[in-house]
Design a protein around this ligand. Structure first.
Ligand code: F6P
Length: 540
């Protein structure tokens, strides 16, 4: 008997039946939107975010059934269990306490009988002190020059979220330093960075929970060699952020400073820990990092405390599952009408796809319904001029449109066609969901738009650190609520391991060849051998 369709989960079957109703012509979005109270019925405002799902393919009955599913799947209880430190990451037998990283209350959070909040507060205090010493020039590079650039060395969850936030806040004035990211092992990444930084004034923050990720270790070694070749002392230019007891948590290997990340905070959920805290505070100042944390904390509280029907991330998760499993859309786009949010889709792509791209339940049973969706996106209006052709007339996919009410640059007021640039941006931001939803009939099939293409709209007041924190927490909460519906564990990522293991075997073969040029790749499969021979011969 299937996982979801079995009798003990009858609401799932009723949702399947109702999805068939929603596929009827009278339920086309252009018909649903004839109801002038639709926005009022299908939107929420809370935690300083306006969330409009009036252009989703739902009616009252669909929402009622989805809320029944939320109750049946105990979404709110499971969120509370997560926040309270229960070992919700069952496969790795640990809690998932990213919410604790931005908890400013005095409530204890116990893990194995120990309150973890004092250690979390201490890391925040350590970051604050360290960052102020760097900014005031009390800590400097090995030639005594103050630092002017911080480079993050890290990949995946140890990088993407921080890059998203750094980009989102790059417009803020009085930034303290420049920030760059050395994530890819591709030598172009390293080569470009060293060609632009002043090495004497550069601080490198190695961020790795395991301190064994091949790309991060290769980049850290590359940087160390480069620093030494320049006659500088690496110990004065490196900072580490890693977990207690990792190979990088080694006092015999001196660094300027080191910070702990906790094993109960997963990489892709770690932006509000020291992972984001160290580089973002160096870049923007600690106070702004704290503002970002407080925004995330507010959204966490909203996710915890609001009833299901008023809970923005929970409603977004229900709609996402509705679209994925009942209306059968396999992909979803995130289109912020704000260039500073250009890295949001990449961050959510990892957050969502690494968390929920699973085929078994948390108890190891095979899922008979697909979990996880394909996430992609680019800022609008740029996206309109690239893949929106497919969005409007090709295979449909739901979209999250994100708008910002107040842009940072208010001083440029030139008008073109009677409107400012920001108004032009908003004209498009308002028009696209309507075009997708309502479509257009045309005698010429090539110019016809079928419509009925769903989207949600999220509005932010501005791009303050607090609002970026709210957006971050919104997507984290949405991701875990989805996982609770699918009954999967969103905190492990065994799917990334196989490729890493195979790369290890290939790396060993290449290392042998570097040692002994007569080594031939006889032990590898013929296709891999072809590529390895080609790489070593240098000719195509
Ligand atoms: O390969 C995926 C992954 O394990 C992510 O989950 C993690 O965020 C990233 O690699 C980096 O890992 P680490 O922080 O241990 O270097």
């Amino acid at each position: 008997m299937s996982q979801f369709k079995q009798a003990k989960d009858p609401v799932w079957n009723r949702l399947i039946q109702h999805a068939e109703v929603m596929n009827r012509p009278e339920k086309h979005l252009k018909r649903l939107l004839e109801d002038s109270s639709r926005l009022e019925k299908f939107s929420l405002k809370s935690a300083n975010i306006f969330y409009d799902f009036s252009r989703q393919r739902v009616d009252e009955k669909a929402m009622d059934l989805l809320f029944e599913l939320a109750q049946f799947r105990r979404l709110k209880q499971r969120f509370a269990e997560m926040v309270s430190g229960e070992k919700v990451n069952v496969t790795e037998k640990r809690p998932a306490l990213h919410t604790a990283a931005r908890d400013f209350s005095d409530r204890p959070v116990f893990v194995d009988g120990e309150d973890v909040m004092p250690s979390i507060r201490k890391v925040r205090e350590d970051i604050k002190r360290f960052v102020s010493n760097v900014h005031e020039g009390n800590l400097s590079g090995s030639t005594g020059k103050p630092f002017n650039t911080v480079v993050v060395i890290g990949i995946g969850g140890s990088y993407l979220g921080t890059e998203f936030v750094a980009n989102a806040l790059q417009h803020l004035p009085d930034k303290k330093m420049d920030v760059l990211f050395l994530s890819n092992v591709d030598i172009h990444n390293f080569g470009k960075i060293v060609s632009i930084v002043d090495i004497e004034r550069t601080l490198w923050v190695i961020i790795s929970k395991s301190f064994s990720t091949a790309e991060t270790m290769a980049n850290a070694n590359q940087v160390r060699t480069h620093i030494m070749e320049k006659g500088l002392d690496p110990a004065k230019h490196f900072v580490t952020v890693t977990s207690k007891g990792s190979p990088g948590d080694d006092p015999s290997n001196p660094v300027l400073s080191s910070f702990h990340m906790f094993d109960f905070i997963g990489g892709r959920y770690s932006v509000t820990s020291a992972v984001g805290g160290v580089p973002l505070s160096l870049y923007l100042g600690y106070e702004r990092f704290e503002g970002f944390l407080k925004g995330a904390e507010e959204m966490d509280r909203h996710s915890m405390d609001s009833p299901e029907r008023e809970n923005i991330p929970l409603v977004a998760a229900l709609i996402s599952v509705w679209n994925n499993n009942f209306l059968k859309y396999p992909a979803q786009a995130i289109i912020p009408y704000a260039s500073p949010l250009s890295k949001l889709a990449a961050h959510v792509q990892q957050l969502s796809m690494e968390s929920n791209g699973k085929s078994v339940t948390k108890d190891g049973k095979r899922l008979d319904e697909p979990a996880g969706g394909i996430i992609f996106g680019e800022p609008g209006t740029n996206a309109q001029h690239s893949f929106f052709q497919l969005a409007h007339q090709g295979r449909p996919f739901p979209i999250d449109f994100i708008g910002v009410l107040h842009p940072h640059y208010t001083q440029y007021r030139n008008q073109s066609k009677g409107v400012t640039n920001h108004q032009e941006l908003w004209s498009n931001f308002i028009a696209q969901p309507i075009a997708l939803a309502c479509g257009k009939v045309d005698a010429n099939p090539a110019k016809s738009f079928s419509g009925n293409r769903p989207s949600s709209t999220l509005l932010l007041y501005d791009l303050s650190p607090e609002n970026i924190g709210r957006v971050l927490s919104f997507y984290e909460a949405k991701t875990v609520f989805e996982a609770f519906i699918w009954d999967i564990n969103p905190f492990d990522q065994f799917g990334v391991e196989l490729g890493k293991v195979l790369a290890t075997d290939i790396r060993k073969e290449m290392a042998k060849k570097n040692q002994d040029r007569s080594h031939s790749f006889e032990n590898v499969d013929p296709i891999s051998k072809y590529y390895m021979d080609t790489l070593f011969s240098g000719s195509l």
